[in-house]
Design a protein around this ligand. Sequence first.
Ligand code: SF4
Ligand code: SF4
Length: 465
Amino acid sequence: MRQAMIDWYREEQIHDLLDQGKRMPVNALERILEKAESAKGLEPLEAAALLQVEDPAVWDRVFAAAKRVKERIYGSRIVLFAPLYLSNYCVNSCTYCGYHCGSSIMRRKLTQEEIAEEVRALEAMGHKRLALETGEDPVNCPLEYVLESIKTIYSVRHGMGNIRRVNVNIAATTVEDYRRLKEVGIGTYILFQETYHRETYQRLHPAGPKHDFAWHLSAFDRAMEAGIDDVGAGVLFGLYDYRFEVIALLLHAAHLEEAFGVGPHTVSVPRLRPAHDVDRGQYPHLVSDETFKRIVAVFRLALPYTGIILSTRESAAFRQEVIELGVSQVSAGSCTGVGGYSEAQKDQAEDTAQFQVEDHRSPNEVLCQLCKDGYIPSFCTACYRQGRTGDRFMALAKSGEIGKVCAPNAILTFQEYLMDYAVGETRTVGEEQISLSVERLPEEIRDEVKQRLERIKQGERDLFY
Ligand code: SF4
Ligand code: SF4
């Protein structure tokens, strides 16, 4: 059964695609770029060709194409979220992670009251969408604890705030467990493959349940079988050759599309960061800034309707550069330790951090800069709450109609943010950005959006399309 689920994965095929891509003639590259610009996506072979281009002038064109595709599909919207670490107990031995079982890091797990406290602090920052994170430990952090925590998170109301979507990043599990996660109303199920290269995977995960490459790689199949149709894929760049990883992820996406009618909802692009008990000198495949930009651009062109997530692992200045190449979601104000958002939990967060963050700005500062850069921050969670997930979401996205929903929802949710949480300059630049964005809306919905904005100013909340 396990083997069958990863029949799509053949390492020789990935190497073959990379070899063929390298030999692609210049006129074929022209055709690939034209196709990419029309937002039709790229086949793995076409992506393999782009990834191996050496001419900087061609890369300028790839970047320009990625920007245009992003602009066409996502407009100026950027969705915001924050991670919430519940527990750093872990029985796995991932060599690149500060939580590996042999690490001397302080172990901690939040109680339900502490989780509620953290959620109140996150709501006070304006967050509506969380990514829940835990290590894997069936004794200290069983699924029952995760399920109870999700219920707690959804139940907390602080002022005008509430969490409207909980995405979940927990270890690969069984169909039955995925069903239980689905029942408590998770948003996206996120699981990074870390590396798609089997030998590297097994070496970097020497012990623990995660050592089983096939079990990990087939997790989305089980999640989809359980009815979770929004899954979030990702690679930890720096563990193995990035070209191999990108092509493997595209093949994984193609497999899900073929088997379940829907590919990943999002792709995350974390890079290996310094962490407790982790020596980055041991990793020969670390990715430079320039290469990282190429990875993001190729993903944007290859999977135009899949969200790309950029975390606070990247610095504020670099995030500005990368966002325009195709990123659609960013985290803000993140704490990567257990607890750390509420005053009471702050002290222990640093001692329990999974890795170091580079962007230390508050959400208010991140939003202010996004507005200055011409983006409209969005706290929208409408699709999940309307049941527009999986293939229903993709059908709408590919029809081009989704833009008519996302843009007004970004405007409405950002207006809520400005009313309830914004401070200082963010208020002024935010209001300016809202006015500009309203004027850019299709005429047929503009007046209605203006009316809804008035209703929000009068105190109504959670209006969405
Ligand atoms: Fe545990 Fe996840 Fe860290 Fe591996 S990456 S040690 S599974 S928390
Ligand atoms: Fe995302 Fe749907 Fe909201 Fe658009 S309308 S931002 S796709 S949740």
